[in-house]
Design a binder for this molecule. Structure first.
Ligand SMILES: Nc1nc2c(c(=O)[nH]1)N[C@H]1C(S)=C(S)[C@@H](COP(=O)(O)OP(=O)(O)OC[C@H]3O[C@@H](n4cnc5c(=O)[nH]c(N)nc54)[C@H](O)[C@@H]3O)O[C@H]1N2
Ligand SMILES: Nc1nc2c(c(=O)[nH]1)N[C@H]1C(S)=C(S)[C@@H](COP(=O)(O)OP(=O)(O)OC[C@H]3O[C@@H](n4cnc5c(=O)[nH]c(N)nc54)[C@H](O)[C@@H]3O)O[C@H]1N2
Ligand SMILES: [Mo]
Length: 748
């Protein structure tokens, strides 16, 4: 049974138990008091912002992330002597990360199949020598969005100084579609709202997002808004408990009694990939009712409205209803709630970005906002809610396989060296290049690419083809084990730890989902860890590979404020960077669209006039589905309440009522009955494109769970389900794996 409210006492209990499991309890509690405070560290949990007023601010899942990082268990020489890499490959992802913090640098020995200790000095030399043998475009520089601005800036400078733009990164699997859609439509790939806007909105539309689990601090903003009579509309494939009723752990009555705040006034459950159809239907409803749009805004600020309205006329109600799975009356109701509000915010996350047609679907939401001028005013605008705590900052400081020329030009001026102009690889392109041995090295600044990317067996093979594998990480994971010849693991400090360099303890900076940049300072001594900071590791690798003729890497490592000076010279919005980070709450990078400065091709905000595609799949996949004799379901892959991406904290998913299991599939009861299947039955999931190139894509022994989910749709947890998704199934123009619409067949 799923719960009837989210938050409340069970959240606090769960926080306490994840802290108590870690032996450094006292330090952990001190750490929590410092999360997202002016002089504390930025929560490694998610990219939601905070007002930094100094009140106690953490959430259950942020607490898990902090406790996970500060474990006393160590993975060092003894551990690697005990287990060979082949033995470690047999263990689960959960087991691997549970072994503790990576505690010293190690290098792979092929003859023994063990990782063995190595000094830092030798490790840097080893990697440098291997890199020097390759041409720069044979190297893939992966990043996960936890790295600081300083580490990420140095990393891109290192790779570009070598001569490549190969920057596959977690954004490619995450909000890439948001970036592409927003940049085309409004000239900047970021959200236009600030946290304060949530205090002034009359309506908030939450599309394809589960904030109760993935952005719990957002629930405080939604709860506050709901209590101020703001209308909240949730659009989600599943009924997520927190979006229905939420109890604040900070409110004594909601904490201890069944009381909770009703969050959503209207809750629509579209079919997977059905959001484009739904929003198109909302606009069609408004047109049919002759609703007055904001003509002044449309005339002065936008381009393309006529083509857009023609596209609306050309879309049939039957396609809208069939694809969205939402009846016309509910679509009219949603449209009315939008048009009646003076100020509307739309937020979205992975339910929107991980589909074939994500870019144009997001643009349809932008279209709706443009019709009413719902952008750039207090309480109104667009809000893609970012995932990793600094994924947005990484992009800002240059982690981008398609860097804008303006960025490269200023980087050339700031550093006095030529930068490569040719576009590099995204995640899918990098994996293909490794698989075909066109690329020969993979360097990872954090993350777990092997588990995070789609087509698990292909991805494993691809990483194993490389001649060199370098992982800069805090915890052992699958990616580190896919070694062929030369590999090192370089253990780094986490956010919560003191980062001591020649000039003293360092501050790093991050950017939240509202374009606020602020400092973050660790407070725990890294006891018993022979770790370096990410920044120091990257700087030393660059020094060992390139020397200090053009960039004095080690002096940058000695004092991170020197890196910030370089960022200030290179990236817009960072004037006075070093002095501004002392400001409580940090500083705002600004947003051109918020100021009606449209940096698009036309110089105006651009309506997108795409027609609604007939199918949520691409043509080949749609044909394969049609050709199939059995019923084909669409599967979405999502997060449980007890995981952080590929890091599995525990096996429960409290809000959805799942205990001690991850190998479950949520299914509509009537769909199951049609197949003569029952709740609790074991099933096999097989991808429609089951074998291409000899890759079997199936999962056996999963358990059916009856759930409130639209007919024809299924849901199961990521990353286990990545095995079902072919690498080529990506979103148009975003290249993002279509993790929320995988066609599968269910058999007993
Ligand atoms: N605790 C915790 N916090 C996290 C993370 C974590 O793993 N754990 N991960 C971080 C990262 S990197 C990210 S990107 C974010 C992810 O945050 P979310 O996007 O909330 O993550 P998902 O679990 O993928 O949830 C997708 C949601 O969209 C819904 N959905 C799926 N498909 C559709 C669709 O087609 N239409 C609609 N309308 N809804 C759909 C699902 O039912 C689900 O509620 O969270 C960040 N924060
Ligand atoms: N099927 C499916 N696939 C998905 C998704 C989905 O919804 N469905 N979501 C996608 C999304 S949104 C994302 S963002 C990606 C996530 O992809 P990644 O960012 O690559 O994966 P994570 O699981 O966040 O990475 C976890 C690892 O990061 C390392 N780590 C943790 N903290 C630190 C640190 O401070 N420094 C360093 N250097 N390392 C650290 C640890 O070793 C840990 O094992 O997955 C994507 N894949
Ligand atoms: Mo993400």
């Amino acid at each position: 049974m799923s719960q009837n409210k989210a938050g409340g006492l069970p959240s606090l209990k769960s926080t306490a138990s994840s802290l108590l499991r870690s032996k450094r309890v006292k330090q952990n509690i001190k750490n929590l008091l410092k999360v997202n405070q002016t002089d504390g560290f930025d929560c490694p949990g998610c990219a939601w912002g905070d007002d930094k007023t100094g009140r106690f601010k953490f959430c259950e899942n942020g607490a898990k992330a902090v406790a996970w990082e500060s474990t006393d268990l160590k993975v060092g020489a003894e551990f690697f002597a005990q287990y060979s890499v082949s033995e470690l490959m047999q263990q689960s992802d959960h087991w691997l990360e549970s072994q503790g913090r990576l505690a010293q640098p190690v290098k792979y020995n092929k003859s023994t199949d063990h990782y063995e200790p190595i000094t830092w000095e030798k490790a840097f030399q080893f990697v440098a020598t291997a890199i020097q043998k390759l041409s720069p475009n044979q190297i893939e520089f992966y990043t996960s969005g936890r790295a600081s601005n300083e580490a990420a800036f140095l990393y891109q400078l290192f790779a570009r100084s070598l001569g490549t733009n190969n920057f596959p990164d977690c954004s490619n699997m995450c909000h890439e579609a948001s970036g592409v859609a927003l940049t085309e439509s409004i000239g900047i790939g970021k959200g236009t709202v600030t946290l304060d806007d949530f205090n002034h909105a009359d309506a908030i539309f939450v599309f394809g997002q589960n904030p109760g689990t993935n952005h719990p601090r957002m629930m405080n903003a939604l709860r506050k808004a709901a209590r101020n009579n703001c209308t909240i509309v949730s659009v989600n494939n599943l009924k997520e408990v927190a979006l229905e009723r939420f109890a604040s752990p900070q409110d004594p009555i909601e904490l201890l009694t069944p009381a909770a705040t009703t969050i959503s006034h209207l809750y629509l459950t579209p079919k997977l990939g059905g959001d484009f159809a739904l929003v198109r239907g909302m606009v069609k409803a408004l047109v049919e009712q002759n609703t007055a749009f904001n003509t002044e805004f449309i005339e002065s600020q936008t381009q393309g409205v006529d083509d857009y309205l023609n596209a609306i006329k050309g879309t049939s109600w039957s396609l809208i209803e069939a694809q969205s799975g939402i009846d016309k009356a509910s679509i009219f109701q949603a449209a009315e709630l939008f048009s009646n509000a003076k100020r509307v915010i739309s937020t979205w996350a992975m339910g929107l970005t991980q589909h074939k047609h994500s870019v144009i679907a997001i643009q349809e939401i932008i279209n709706l906002h443009l019709l009413f001028g719902q952008i750039g005013q207090k309480g109104a605008g667009l809000c893609p809610v970012r995932g990793h705590s600094n994924v947005q900052g990484n992009r800002t400081v240059g982690i981008n396989e398609k860097p804008p020329m303006a960025f490269l030009n200023t980087l050339e001026k700031a550093t006095g060296q030529a930068m490569p102009k040719a576009h590099g690889h995204n995640v899918v392109q990098a994996l293909k290049a490794l698989h075909s041995k066109q690329s020969k090295a993979l360097i990872c600044l954090g993350g777990n690419l092997a588990a995070a990317a789609s087509d698990t067996l292909f991805t494993f093979d691809a990483i194993r083809q490389g001649e060199l594998l370098v992982n800069i990480a805090t915890k052992l994971n699958r990616t580190h084990l896919l070694v062929s010849e030369n590999a090192v693991i370089l253990p780094c400090l986490g956010r919560t730890e003191i980062d001591m360099q020649a000039s003293g303890p360092q501050v790093i900076t991050v950017e939240d989902t509202f374009s606020m940049v602020h400092g973050s300072k660790g407070s725990t001594p890294p006891e018993g860890l022979d770790c370096l900071s990410e920044t120091a590791i990257v700087g030393n690798l660059a020094q060992a590979t390139l020397g200090n003729k053009l960039v004095d890497w080690l002096s940058l490592v000695d004092d991170y404020s020197r890196i910030r000076d370089l960022i200030e010279k290179t990236v817009k919005g960072f004037n006075g960077f070093n002095s501004k980070i002392a400001q409580p709450g940090g500083f705002y990078l600004g947003n051109s669209a918020r100021e009606f400065n449209w940096q698009t091709q036309s110089g105006k905000a651009q309506f997108s006039a795409s027609s609604l595609p007939e199918s949520v799949f691409d043509d080949a996949l749609e044909a394969a589905i049609q050709a199939h004799k059995s019923t084909v379901f669409t599967l979405q892959t999502l997060r449980s309440h007890d995981q952080y991406n590929t890091t599995i904290y525990g096996l429960d998913d409290r809000y959805r009522g799942i205990k001690q299991a991850r190998d479950v599939v949520f299914i509509n009861e009537s769909d199951a009955k049609k197949l003569n299947m029952s709740d609790g039955q074991k099933v096999t999931l097989t991808a429609v494109d089951v074998e291409d190139g000899g890759i079997p894509r199936l999962l056996e022994g999963f358990t059916l769970v009856f759930y409130d989910i639209p007919q024809g749709n299924l849901a199961a947890y990521y990353p286990e389900t990545n095995i079902l998704l072919a690498l080529d199934n990506v979103g148009d123009r975003s290249f993002t794996p279509t993790s929320k619409s995988i066609p599968v067949i269910l058999t007993a």
